[in-house]
Design a binder for this molecule. Structure first.
Ligand code: ADP
Length: 256
C-alpha cells in the first residue's frame, strides 16, 4: 500500500472504531431500563415467594430468582462500565485546575467507608503532598477511583490492602503513581490489561468487567498523558499516569 492509501485506511478504521464505540454507548443506555426492571422484579418476586410456605418448589423458585438477580447485577455492572467508557471517550471535557490531594482524599474516604460497611479490613493509605493539575474534575476522579479501587480489590485474601499515592513534576506534566501490596500482574500482561474486557485474574474470582483500565487509559489520553503498569519492587503493582500540571491563572492587565 502507498503512504496515502495507508493513511486513508487508518482514518477509515479510526472512524469505524469511533462509530462502534458510540453504538456500544447507545446500546448500553437502551439496555439500562430493561435490566434494572429485571433486577427489580426478581427482588419483588423473591420477597413474595419468601412469604409462602417453604416447599421444595419454593426453594427451587428462590434459587432460580437468586440466579436471575445475580445475573442482572452483573449485566448492570457491564452496562455501567460501557456507559462510563462512552463518557470517558466522547463525553464533555473541561480543563481546569484541580486539587489532586482533595480528589484522592475524597476517593480514599469513600473506599474506607465501603470497606468498613462490607466488614472488610480497612485499607491503609500513604498519600504524599499532591500538586494541583489541569484536568477535567469528573474524569480525574473516575480515573483515581478506578486505580485505587483495583489496588484494594486485587489483594490476596487475608492481606490488608496498603496503598501509596505519590506525585512528581516532570516538565509541564505531573506524574502520579498508585502502588499497592496486592497480587501483582501476571508476566506479559502489563500492557494487555489496558485493553477493553481484558482480565488477567478472571479465574481467581475477583468481580469485574475488564473495562476499568480501558476507561483509565482513555481519560489519561484525553489529558494528553500516558499510563503504564509495572511491578512494584516490594511486591504488588504500580500504576503511573501523567496529566498536565495546573496552569496558574493569567493576570489580567490592570486598566489605567
Ligand atoms: P476489572 O477490574 O473489572 O477486571 P480493569 O480493566 O480495571 O477491569 O482491570 C483489568 C485487569 O487488570 C484486572 O482484571 C486484573 O487482572 C488486572 N489488574 C488491574 N489492577 C490491578 C492491580 N492493582 N493489581 C493486580 N492486577 C490488576
Amino acid at each position: 500500500l502507498g503512504r496515502d492509501e495507508r493513511a486513508e485506511l487508518l482514518t477509515e478504521l479510526a472512524a469505524e472504531k469511533a462509530e462502534l464505540a458510540a453504538f456500544a454507548g447507545v446500546v448500553a443506555h437502551d439496555l439500562l431500563n430493561p435490566v434494572t426492571a429485571v433486577q427489580g422484579w426478581a427482588e419483588t418476586a423473591t420477597d413474595a415467594v419468601e412469604l409462602a410456605a417453604r416447599t421444595p418448589e419454593t426453594a427451587r423458585a428462590l434459587d432460580a430468582l437468586d440466579r436471575v438477580e445475580r445475573a442482572a447485577v452483573r449485566m448492570r455492572s457491564l452496562i455501567d462500565g460501557l456507559l462510563d467508557h462512552a463518557t470517558a471517550r466522547d463525553g464533555a471535557f473541561t480543563s481546569q485546575p484541580v486539587d489532586l490531594g482533595q480528589v484522592v482524599a475524597d476517593v480514599t474516604v469513600a473506599r474506607l467507608d465501603a470497606a468498613i460497611g462490607a466488614g472488610l479490613p480497612a485499607p491503609r493509605f500513604t498519600v504524599a503532598d499532591l500538586p494541583a493539575v489541569q484536568a477535567d474534575p469528573v474524569l480525574i476522579r473516575q480515573l483515581l477511583d478506578n486505580l485505587i479501587g483495583n489496588a484494594i480489590k486485587y489483594t490476596a485474601p487475608g492481606v490488608t490492602p496498603a496503598l501509596t499515592v505519590t506525585a512528581s513534576r516532570i516538565g509541564d506534566m505531573v506524574q502520579v503513581c498508585v502502588a499497592d501490596n496486592g497480587i501483582g500482574i501476571p508476566d506479559g500482561q502489563h500492557d494487555e490489561i489496558f485493553g477493553n474486557f481484558h482480565r488477567a485474574h478472571s479465574t481467581l474470582g475477583y468481580a469485574g468487567t475488564g473495562l476499568g483500565l480501558g476507561i483509565c487509559r482513555r481519560i489519561v489520553e484525553r489529558h494528553g498523558g500516558t499510563i503504564t503498569a509495572t511491578d512494584n519492587p516490594g511486591g504488588g503493582s504500580r500504576f503511573v499516569f501523567s496529566v498536565p500540571a495546573a496552569v496558574p491563572p493569567t493576570r489580567q492587565p490592570v486598566p489605567d
